[in-house]
Write a protein that binds this ligand. Sequence first.
Ligand code: FEO
Length: 170
Amino acid sequence: MLSEKLLKALNDQITHEFASANLYLSMAAYCAAQGYEGFSSFFIMQAEEERFHAMKFFHFVNELGGQVVISGYPDPQQEFASVKDTFEKALAHEKFVTKLINDLLDLAESEKHRPTISFLQWFVDEQVEEEDSFNTIIDKFNIIGDTGPGVYMLDKELGQRTFSPEGSDQ
Ligand code: FEO
């Protein structure tokens, strides 16, 4: 049985995950406009992953007999200083999401709601991967700089990213 408070927190997370997808699509649009189709494709894959996260929460709430509430969210950031800046903003966003997941877990633990505690473990692990992924890319930008041949090569590399649910995302 889900408490009203936990149900609302889970529904809020669905909104955050869809908002994340929109933010990454906005980053994809910016990168494409700068001529970086690989980075754009990378962020489109990231947006797919965020929708997958949202739907994991959607199905979980359904399975527990709660009613999912779909809410709106503000417009995402649309302009960035550079492609490197998009990845820095993405990392900052993932740190924010990690905090949301941790807060949700704290709530589930305070209510001793074992199904939610168990369900959230996947997201705890996922957030470690997400932060590590963006950290690694930013490290590469720090080596190659913001422009030039290195960025062209990185664009090509990240353009190879694919996404399939429940598995490989890089
Ligand atoms: Fe759904 Fe990127 O966290």
